[in-house]
Design a protein. Sequence first.
Length: 204
Amino acid sequence: MEPKELEIANLGKEIGTSTVGGQAIDFEQYRLSQNFEDLVGIKKETLVVPVRKPNRQSWIQIHPGEDWRMAVALIEIKEDSEHYLVDPKIYPELAEECMPKYLFTCQTRQKVIFLWPIRMPGPDGRVDHWNESALQIVNEYAGRWIRVSSNRSLGAYDVNFPEVPYDPPNWPTEGFTSLLEKAFRGKIIQSLTHPIVKMLRGQM
């Protein structure tokens, strides 16, 4: 081994043993805190907002504010896992394809913002157990860290709670309307000539 290569190899060994220049180094002092971005003033903007159910392995918090939720008509294309927002003016024409749902703003501990769509009760006030339990979760646990998991035996959702306190979420400053714009960019159905409507009707 050449002298220079030997020198580099030895340096690697020193770092690996937490010793540099003959002195022990505590590398924990170089660890950045989880709120490092906040401390240095880095501003993040949410660019993509998924419309989906909570991941069963993620801790989430549902925004408790009434102005961070909305009742809408949606068409879900299950093959693509995509949701399309339907103009209420044409909802009667698409009633068989549309589903009235609430959209609730949620955030994971990894600061991922998403909209949770939950089916609204029908005219008779009834709803299936999955959506009934989801609405109960929103009403009772919004503003708290929770983990939502599916209980297949019951056909409903279970709620889990963390054993240690977590820091509160940093909600986006751009507001709910901005989240809707990003969630449904290019996915708003305003006429019966929309490609999605034509596809569902077998017109293309």
